[in-house]
Design a protein. Structure first.
Length: 215
């Protein structure tokens, strides 16, 4: 009977070690996914910052063009006053004004805004995939926690008749399980934090797309 109990205890220890190894592997995968998500979000922020800088430069260029246009208008006004052929000057002035306006950066700004929108839309599926994978990992971790807890409960029932030396060894098993539960709680916290970060970033993307939607 004693040999059977020892054998059962060894088997349970091996099972716990296997599950701990699996949990460690899942934790590593979760950390890799978090790092990937942070990298994707940082890349999107950098792209957004670059496009905002380009938009600011284009705005400055537009102001310079408008200033130049005002100067041209003043020059034409001065020429109209000094030239008897006012009708011909008006036609030429209108043509030059239309040409200057057509060369403005309006189309370029729309193109940059469209490019930014497309880039952000492309990032949304990546964030959705990461959220799905995180949910799957969380479910697996929860099942493992339940299984480890079940093994812990079974150990406390079947090993009550073992001598004091074996009882000392068994005391370490709940400690190991408690550490496992603590690690699992920490991993759940990381999952919640990562999911919250993903949701916040998705909300910011949605607000941006609504504000800058192109007809």
């Amino acid at each position: 009977m004693e040999l059977e109990l020892r054998h059962e205890k060894e088997m349970q220890k091996e099972e716990i070690q296997k599950r701990m190894s699996h949990i460690h592997q899942l934790r590593s995968e979760l950390q890799d996914m978090e790092a990937q998500q942070v990298g994707e979000a940082e890349s999107a922020r950098e792209q957004l910052h670059d496009l905002q800088d380009q938009k600011a430069r284009q705005k400055t260029s537009k102001q310079e063009l408008e200033t130049k246009l005002d100067q041209i208008k003043q020059e034409f006004h001065y020429m109209e006053q000094r030239t008897p052929c006012k009708a011909g000057l008006k036609i030429e002035r209108n043509q030059l004004t239309n040409k200057t306006l057509s060369n403005s950066s309006q189309s370029e700004r729309e193109s940059q805004l469209h490019q930014l929108t497309e880039t952000l839309i492309q990032q949304l599926p990546i964030l959705e995939n990461l959220s799905t994978e995180k949910s799957s990992l969380a479910f697996q971790l929860e099942r493992l926690e339940q299984q480890v807890h079940s093994v812990s409960t079974g150990s406390s029932i079947t090993m009550s008749g073992i001598d004091s030396g074996e009882e000392t060894c068994l005391r370490n098993v709940p400690d190991l399980l408690n550490n496992t539960e603590t690690n699992l709680a920490g991993m759940y916290g990381k999952l919640c934090k990562a999911a919250s970060s993903t949701d916040q970033f998705s909300i910011r993307l949605g607000i941006f797309l609504r504000r800058h939607s192109i007809a």
